[in-house]
Design a protein around this ligand. Sequence first.
Ligand code: TXA
Ligand code: MG
Length: 369
Amino acid sequence: MRAVRTSMKTELIPIDSLHPEQALIDQAAALLRAGGVVVFPTETVYGLGADALRAQAVERIFLAKDRPFSDPLIVHIASADALKILTTEMPPYLELLAGMFWPGPLTLIVPRGLQVPRIVTAGLDTVAVRMPRHPVALALIRALGSPIAAPSANRFKHVSPTTAQHAYADLNGRVPLILDAGQCEVGVESTVLDLCSDVPTILRPGGTSLEALQAVLPDVRYAPHHKLDQEDVRNEMEAQRAPGQLLTHYAPAIPLILYEGSAEAMRSAMLAEARRRQESGERVGALIADEDAPAFAESNAIIHSLGAATAPEQVAASLFAGLRALEMAGVEVILCRSFAASGLGLAVRDRLLRAASERVIAGDRGDVC
Ligand code: TXA
Ligand code: MG
């Protein structure tokens, strides 16, 4: 593997998120045309993009992120016409789903077209495609005149960036340009839906809810992969079957303990654990909901609220920033409540289970499951 240049100067440039300045789009597109990488906003999280049809440009993405070449990328398009070159055939439901959900946070897995370099798909015969709805992302793809391959713009295994500053913290010195359009609206990554399996299957819950997909495709299947352990994933076969499904994929740099049960049970278990750890000198962080704030008023833990527990969109939008804020505050452990799994709550739950790895506490019983 080639070494990545880590001495590069990284420019962080503000751009209007609704009406992006054409000069800035052209500057970013020129970098991509020269085979480089650029960080740009999407409605879900920031992406680290390169021209999807040029293998050498795409290689730079993997090097900048320290991402293993076994983890395939999503190809971003600005018009459904691009499907003609990205896929060899239109699987059932592709047109229907693209019509309903694009542009938006839905990634569809389709058969790989011959022009898509193998490095993009990690050697798979399928390719992940999505049309983002962020005006900056769409303008950039159009200005380049080619699809853009882009994973989330974080270092491998770190939390996805929902602000340009998050991306800067991870990739400073590794990318030439970050377009800063402020905070991402959705806050969790796109839903990945496999259209090449017998039944359309959600491989990653995300910004398009299961309920919204079920309204169009009643048979859509969701098979959580949380029980995969890292040994399995290291196994070549397993990695090919479920790429990117590493249990600890979204792990923050510090341990996270996830609490389950009634709101009351979660609160008292978290408060008791915070007190116990603080007595032994640990710096404790807690991710809570607005409703929990009164109960935590007296706690000395560093508290971060993710919004109203009854508003999953709010929680999704602030989740990754909350994890990073506690990381930055220097806590040694994060105690986190869980949220209902409806709507975007399913994606929130998926990311929290991954971040918690095995550390889930059933609040009503007090034991680790
Ligand atoms: O919202 C998003 O999806 C963001 C923005 C930038 O678009 N992108 C993103 O990319 O989250 P990344 O690379 O962090 O996650 C892509 C996921 C990975 O879990 C990867 O394994 C999966 O999509 N994936 C990509 N190609 C695949 C394929 N051919 N088959 C199965 N899974 C695939
Ligand atoms: Mg990612």
